[in-house]
Design a binder for this molecule. Structure first.
Ligand code: OVV
Length: 409
């Protein structure tokens, strides 16, 4: 329960006491059903303190948005996980984009923005759409399958590694590597420690595939390396930027697509609405990202004493942003716990917001849109036919198994 740390003056600036909560947002019981605890965190105060990990937390939309939009005060270069890079050695060399602040971030961000631009989406769209249709056709023939392994994983793996320009061999390392990266943002619990213990072969694979010679011409990887020739980045920076796409480009869309299928399976009226109007596919995917928030949390680190939500936080403190909670804050959203594919989703923070907002969001939305478009045209019904199993990760929310039957339209 909330306890009051110190009663300070009720007037004046930045003096509201910050409630301490005994919530562990990286515990398996929390992952099983985070929503009631999100409400508790939001209702406790604009800023809370989590004694379990000695961090501040923001769970309301307004404060999450404020932190995301003040990168000078809430920096990323000390890591966006629990570990403070000013005090601890990172488990891998820091990302040149995720774990960077302006001005360094501005240059690397521009490079990846060009590689994943609207013009590039136009070039890959037809191929991504054809693979989505083929995947839905194949699953309609099988009728019963696992919507996680056979769809949410299988579809991104059928398009993204090829779009990167990766060789065929070794791709089985991609999801374990991403799982490791997202577990590593969390505290030193069993999820993080066991992932790091098993990480060597996955890290070796990724490091090798980031090299210029291992990336096929025309792919995202080769495009990144080509930016060395224009002087935008140095040769040693290119493999690290490829690493960012291999870290963040697959497991995120796996969990985004998994969220969308799980929503449409649980809310058949929304599937019916989507079938009536397949043009809603892109927003149905976006709403699934808001509703489930595949990326649940990120940290920032304060660069100075700062006031937020009427409370003061000192310099060098970790602040945990509950993106998933912001995405269901009733202070911001009508009926936040309803999956509504016609909702005005803009402003959700499932892709973050501000200067670090997902640089791959156009690829994610492309995958989600073309897959849900094919589903809207071809699938008449989705029935959950077996036990739904959750997959546990310190940052990613999604399922291990979702047994379903598709009936044709
Ligand atoms: C957004 C994100 C997640 C994980 C890794 C990275 C980025 C990266 O840049 O490596």
């Amino acid at each position: 329960m909330a306890t009051i740390d110190s009663i300070q003056g009720a007037t004046g600036s930045g003096t509201n006491a910050i409630p301490h909560l005994d919530v562990d947002p990286f515990a398996l019981e929390f992952f099983d059903d985070p929503f009631p605890t999100h409400a508790r965190l939001r209702d406790a105060a604009p800023v809370v303190y989590l004694d379990k990990w000695n961090v501040f937390g923001v769970a309301r939309y307004a404060e999450v948005h404020a932190v995301l939009h003040d990168p000078a005060t809430f920096c990323s270069s000390r890591g966006v996980g629990l570990s403070d890079f000013a005090k601890e050695t990172p488990w891998r060399p820091p990302s040149l984009i995720l774990e960077a602040d302006p001005p360094a971030h501005t240059r690397t961000r521009a490079v990846l923005s060009r590689v994943l631009s609207p013009a590039v989406m136009k070039q890959i769209r037809d191929h991504f759409a054809a693979n989505a249709e083929a995947k839905i056709d194949e699953l309609l023939e099988r009728r019963s399958f696992d919507a996680i392994s056979d769809l949410a994983e299988s579809y991104p793996l059928s398009v993204f590694p090829d779009a990167m320009g990766l060789k065929k061999e070794g791709r089985e390392h991609l999801l374990p590597y991403a799982g490791l990266v997202f577990n590593a943002f969390g505290p030193p619990n069993a999820l993080r420690q066991e992932a790091i213990e098993r990480s060597a072969p996955h890290q070796a694979y990724v490091q090798e595939q980031c090299q210029r010679d291992n990336l096929a011409p025309g792919g995202f990887g080769a495009c990144i390396h080509a930016q060395v020739d224009t002087g935008a980045i140095t040769a040693p920076e290119a493999p690290l930027l490829v690493r960012s796409l291999l870290s963040a480009g697959i497991d995120t869309t796996v969990n985004g697509i998994g969220a969308a299928i799980y929503c449409l399976a649980r809310f058949p009226d929304q599937l019916a609405r989507l079938r009536q109007d397949p043009a809603l596919a892109r927003n149905a995917f976006e709403e699934a990202v808001r509703f489930e928030s595949p990326v649940q949390t990120f940290f920032r680190t304060t660069t100075r004493d700062v006031e937020i939500g009427g409370s003061r936080i000192g310099e060098g403190e970790k602040v945990l942003m509950f993106l998933a909670s912001a995405n269901r804050d009733p202070r911001r959203w009508d009926n936040p716990d309803q999956y509504d594919i016609t909702r005005r989703t803009s402003g959700h923070v499932g892709f973050g917001s501000g200067i670090h907002m997902c640089v791959g969001q156009l690829v994610a939305r492309l995958e989600g849109e073309v897959l849900l478009t094919a589903l809207a045209r071809k699938v008449g019904g989705i029935e959950i036919t077996g036990p739904v199993k959750r997959r546990y990760n310190n940052t990613l929310r999604g399922l291990e198994s979702l047994p379903v039957t598709f009936t044709p339209a």
